[in-house]
Design a protein around this ligand. Structure first.
Ligand SMILES: [Zn+2]
Length: 495
């Protein structure tokens, strides 16, 4: 048996001004052939799970590519073709089945359905190839993705701490199908529902209930059941919530379960809306907190959803409010890091940090923050994740410095990185548990590494391309009508 195992991942925020060229994939991790296998073997990623399964059954393995970039704007066509062509070449060389580690919300310059187009092109070469696919919980599922795969599954957690489990589950379904033990059939459903990311945490309602329902469907006999929160910042026609189910031979059972899941989501649609609080009011609550660490979320500049990581609005407000003992992760500003490196550890510097990026899609101009502080730490920004999300993966934040004003310590990085693991602080000598406040440019993923430390969490409404304020976003490609942009009361007829 020869298995093709590959990864191609990007969550595309079509409002983000951050370029997604091939270099951005190289910055996070892009590998070909044996290097791809070496990079992900033993990791808690779907790709790691696929490799483990292949070893278990003694399969011959081809790993044409494993590439992921942190969320940002549309994937440039050269980068997209580099990954797709590597996979297609692998398919042409011959394989009995494919296991793919995808995201599900990739928009490329040439196609709004990055994953569906890849799968369609694979099937154009090998029409009957059995294909297993994992997608992120934030996938925007399309009919093309479903039509051109054999078994498709998503993560059941946000933060995503079950990536390997999802890979193993769908990989085993494919292997059992190849052995003739089962006959997977899929059904999927969506509703005109654009849920907000801040309301998709799987420890909270309404997602907790929906995920529990999906697990119930599996306990009652389905091979897999997935609820996708969707990615509302990818302006493409199919963006939004969906569900997909896999049954053994019984298409009606799969369809009925997918419908139950989406009916439940639609019923709770009001609960998928984020309630805004004025920034100053939220900061007053933070100032009144007596026990730390209190997590402060600069969620409108969430790096892990395409934020530029250099919007200074919330940091400026935190300073103005006089909060002290704050550690910030992170501001992306390579020039500021270089200036601090030139000055050296211990030097006092006055810098304009952040605010280097304009965001035409939301009419926001970058505004740097002039700040004076001591250069506390300089590192190469490399560390290995030990926490529950991306476990074992090496993080490359690029040259990194800590600027310490006395009141706040700002981790300044050269490459975009969402703070979901304490390593973002410990790698630069900051003990997050000892801080009064941790100001994170994150929305939900921070919980993977910080939930156990946090005494309280306060969301701060700043500015940026991951805003939860829909009135700031101009959707051009999204199917309409859709809730909540066009306040619908009943779902339109499903086709
Ligand atoms: Zn995600």
């Amino acid at each position: 048996m020869r298995l093709l195992i590959a990864m191609m991942k990007h969550e595309t925020n079509t409002f983000s001004p951050v370029r997604t060229d091939w270099q951005r994939f190289l910055d996070w991790g892009a590998y070909f052939g044996a290097d791809a296998r070496r990079a992900y073997e033993g990791t808690a990623m779907p790709m790691g799970a696929y490799l483990k399964l292949a070893r278990e059954i003694g399969a011959e393995v081809a790993t044409p590519v494993a590439a992921e970039a942190m969320p940002s704007g549309r994937v440039e066509s050269a980068a997209y073709e580099t990954m797709v062509n590597a996979i297609l070449d692998g398919v042409r060389q011959g394989c009995d089945a494919a296991m793919l580690d995808l995201h599900g919300a990739m928009v490329a310059e040439t196609t709004e359905d990055g994953e569906g187009t890849l799968l369609e092109r694979i099937r154009a070469i090998a029409p009957d190839l059995p294909i297993a696919v994992t997608c992120d919980l934030h996938a925007n599922l399309t009919d093309r993705m479903v039509r051109h795969s054999t078994a498709l599954i998503g993560y059941k957690t946000y933060p995503h701490v079950d990536m390997a489990e999802a890979g193993e589950q769908v990989g085993r379904i494919l292997l059992r199908a190849l052995a003739g033990e089962i006959r997977p059939v899929m059904a999927w459903e969506h509703r005109p529902l654009l849920a907000q990311t801040l309301r998709m945490g799987t420890d909270d309602e309404p997602m907790r209930r929906l995920i529990a329902m999906a697990r119930d469907e599996e306990r009652r006999g389905l091979l897999a059941a997935t609820v996708f929160g969707g990615f509302p910042l990818a302006d493409m026609s199919d963006a939004g919530m969906s569900a997909i189910t896999i049954a053994d031979g019984d298409r009606n059972a799969a369809a009925a379960a997918a419908r139950r899941l989406m009916d439940a989501a639609w019923e709770r649609r009001q609960d998928f809306l984020y309630a805004h609080e004025p920034l100053d009011q939220a900061l007053s609550r933070a100032a009144a907190a007596t026990e730390g660490p209190v997590i402060l979320l600069d969620h409108a500049d969430n790096v892990g959803s395409g934020g530029t990581e250099d919007v200074m609005t919330v940091i400026r407000a935190v300073l103005a409010k006089g909060l002290r003992d704050v550690a910030v992760a992170a501001v992306c500003d390579p020039a500021a890091v270089q200036a601090m490196a030139r000055a050296g550890v211990g030097a006092t510097v006055t810098l304009k940090i952040g605010g280097k990026t304009d965001m035409p899609s939301i009419g926001l101009k970058g505004t740097p923050l002039e700040i004076t502080g001591k250069v506390r730490t300089l590192t190469d920004g490399e560390w290995i994740v030990r926490g529950p999300m991306y476990t074992g993966v090496t993080v490359q934040m690029g040259p990194t410095a800590v600027l310490d004003t006395g009141a706040i310590q700002i981790v300044v990085v050269s490459r975009h990185h969402e703070p979901w693991d304490v390593g973002v602080f410990t790698s630069v000598g900051i003990d997050p548990a000892s801080k009064r406040y941790l100001l994170l440019k994150s929305r939900i993923h921070y919980r993977a590494g910080f939930a156990l430390l946090a005494k309280a969490t306060i969301t701060l409404d700043g500015e940026g391309v991951t805003t939860s304020d829909n009135s700031k976003l101009e959707f051009r490609h999204l199917r309409r009508p859709i809730f909540p942009l066009d306040r619908l009361n009943a779902p339109p007829e499903q086709d």
